[in-house]
Design a binder for this molecule. Structure first.
Ligand code: ADP
Ligand code: MN
Ligand code: MN
Ligand code: MN
Length: 614
């Protein structure tokens, strides 16, 4: 237990090269080097504070291994040690190996790719075992100090394909989607873990083969009979701060021997990188302490709390005024994809999410303000301020933060509910809450097709209105050219435009004017409505509904004149096309207007679902 280190921040300073013998293997080195440096430069003096305590070896009075572990090599070489870290075949094991880099680095792009034997980590077949490591994030190494670094990597085949256990790749894709980038997703992850006594695999502080007193006094407790493993939690806290991990706190948990640390708020992919690095540090510290780290979601059966990885989440619009509405919309989406999320939230989570011990049942989705028995909890402050964040309480302690953060962003920013998902929600509701809610839901379902229908109709209308505008534009042009010569033979007022028109019959002049207006307005309004429909929210749909209603009325007017023209008869083919188009358009534009109104009802119904059900 004695090997935990407490590096001083000064250790990070670069020290100018000394002129003394640079070879590390001189007799000088075996003298108390750290003490010797104390008497020279000030910067070097501070390095004596960085101490790693090695195990006492048999028959030695001065522990020379300890001196070497604390050796500051910066005065002698520019070279640094980079510990390449990656996730192994189980998806939860962290592996690492080290290599020398010629000089200190500040960005992962300065580091070379590397490889390892994937057949030894369950990640590649023996005959083609090479897996390639791509450096993705760097942290300062609290174990080696100096300019030495930890490197979080992800894993690829030699051909450059991410291997199946590389969950970072997909997450990075999601987090680089412009829509996700613009929402600046924040994550605060509460990593719970259990410390076990080595060899017996029984929680730290528990009598071997027996149980401590029931839960109650342990959560955030102090005292030798209530808190077990504080040194580890604290050493880890400092190691994280030193490394540059965005750790935000720690606490003792409800089950004795169980602890939690929080990382965040971190933006996007960073959340996953930081949690994985923090887990690695914890593995190294528990290794030194001779304690076993367990991320099992329910390490002890019975009346003992499990271990989770609550994920606090917000987007830019949730943090802004009116954000609570966005949070509720996100919760609706999360409820509709409950199954997908649960299957990605960690192995063995069904043993933890029982509906007891501050968890919700794994089979049902629920949410509530300040309620720890729900799948999603919203804090009192968030409700009061009308903006803030939500806490997804479902992830297990062994979840992959790349998977969980990526999925949260996907479901709440990129994903739109499908008809099937809504139907499912409606069914469940019918079972749970009776007819009132079901009605709302079936209404939402029926108009669920609204978006794609409205969009398709708008594309069609856009084309038809364009043709109408072009034809009537041609007719106007024709009329202007022909009017002078033909009208000169007529008596006043017969040639006064538009009653008289050089083609068609006496209704043609009116038709051309009305259809030109309907065509131009229809074309422009179809395009603007398409943009509105893509957004599919209430303000946009209201404006689309207004424009399409006006367009429809203009189309009806033109269609009315077209009918009159048809009744008068004797028109040429261009005009007949125009008439036909107007008649078709007065129908399709009506459907478009209908679909947009249905969309508005749909959205209102969804809000009712959120209010009534969630
Ligand atoms: P709990 O009350 O559930 O125990 P904790 O205090 O342990 O919560 O953890 C909350 C986490 O949420 C912290 O890591 C914190 O930084 C993070 N957090 C705070 N505000 C936000 C936010 N707006 N979006 C995402 N995470 C946040
Ligand atoms: Mn917490
Ligand atoms: Mn907790
Ligand atoms: Mn929590």
């Amino acid at each position: 237990m004695a090997q935990i280190l407490a590096p001083s921040p000064q250790w990070q300073m670069r020290i100018p090269k000394c002129s003394v013998d640079a070879s590390p293997l001189t007799s000088k080195m075996w003298s108390p080097l750290v003490l010797k440096q104390n008497s020279s430069k000030g910067a070097v003096k501070t390095s004596a504070k960085f101490r790693v305590f090695a195990l006492q070896s048999d028959g030695s009075t001065i522990n020379r291994v300890e001196q070497l572990l604390n050796l500051d090599v910066t005065p002698y070489t520019d070279k640094i040690i980079a510990e390449y870290i990656w996730i192994g075949g189980s998806g939860t094991d962290v592996r690492s190996k080290s290599r020398t880099i010629s000089k200190p680095v500040e960005h992962p792009s300065e580091l070379p790719k590397w490889n390892y034997d994937g057949s030894s980590t369950g990640q590649a077949p023996g005959e083609d075992s090479e897996v390639i490591l791509y450096p993705q994030a760097i942290f300062k190494d609290p174990f080696r100090g100096g300019n030495n670094i930890l490197v979080i990597c992800d894993t690829y085949t030699p051909a450059g394909e991410p291997i199946p256990t590389n969950k970072r790749h997909k997450a990075a894709q999601i987090f680089s989607d412009p829509k996700v980038v613009s929402e600046v997703p924040w994550f605060g992850i509460e990593q719970e873990y259990t410390l076990l006594q080595k060899d017996v695999n029984w929680p730290l502080g528990w009598p071997v083969g027996g149980y401590p007193g029931p839960q109650g006094p342990y959560y955030c407790g102090a005292g030798a009979d209530k808190s077990f493993g504080r040194d580890i939690s604290d050493a880890h806290y400092k190691a994280c701060l030193y490394a540059g991990i965005n750790i935000s706190g720690t606490n003792g948990e409800v089950m004795p021997g169980q602890w939690e640390f929080q990382v965040g708020p971190s933006v996007g992919i960073e959340a996953g990188d930081h949690i994985w690095c923090a887990r690695y540090l914890l593995e190294r510290i528990t290794e030194q302490a001779g304690v076993v780290l367990s991320l099992d979601p329910k390490p002890i059966e019975g009346d003992w709390n499990g271990a989770g990885c609550h994920t606090n989440y917000s987007t830019k619009s949730m943090r802004e005024d009116g954000g609570f509405e966005k949070i509720k919309k996100a919760i609706l989406n999360l409820s509709l994809r409950h199954k997908e999320h649960i299957s990605a939230y960690g192995e063995g989570n069904e043993r933890r999410l029982t509906g007891k011990h501050e968890t919700a049942s794994i089979n049902t989705f629920s949410w509530g303000v300040a309620n720890r028995g729900c799948s999603i909890r919203v804090g009192r402050d968030t409700e009061k301020n009308g903006k803030g964040y939500l806490e997804d309480r479902r992830p297990a302690s062994n979840m992959d933060p790349y998977v969980v953060t990526g999925l949260l962003a996907e479901t709440t920013i990129l994903w739109e509910p499908t008809l099937e998902a809504e139907a499912l929600a409606a069914q469940k509701l019918a079972l749970k809450k009776g007819c009132d809610q079901t009605k709302t839901n079936s209404k939402a379902m029926a108009s669920g097709v609204g978006k794609s229908a409205a969009f398709t109709l708008l594309i069609l209308n856009c084309f038809l209105y364009f043709v109408v505008a072009a034809l009537s534009g041609w007719a106007v042009n024709h009329g202007i050219t022909k009017a002078r010569e033909t009208a000169s033979q007529l008596t006043i007022p017969a040639h006064i435009f538009p009653i008289y028109f050089p083609v068609g019959n006496m209704a043609t002049g009116f038709l051309i004017i009305f259809s030109l207006i309907a065509g131009v307005v229809g074309f422009v309004s179809s395009i603007s409505s398409m943009l509105n429909v893509i957004q599919w929210n209430l303000p946009n749909l209201h404006s689309a509904a207004a424009t399409s209603m006006i367009t429809w009325l203009l189309t009806l007017l033109a269609m009315g004149v077209a009918c009159k023209e048809i009744r008068l008869g004797r028109t040429e083919s261009n005009l007949r096309t125009l008439e036909t188009m107007l008649i078709i358009l007065s129908g399709t534009q009506m459907f478009t207007t209908g679909a947009i109104h249905a969309g508005i009802e749909d959205l209102i119904a969804r809000e009712e679902i959120i209010r009534g059900r969630l």
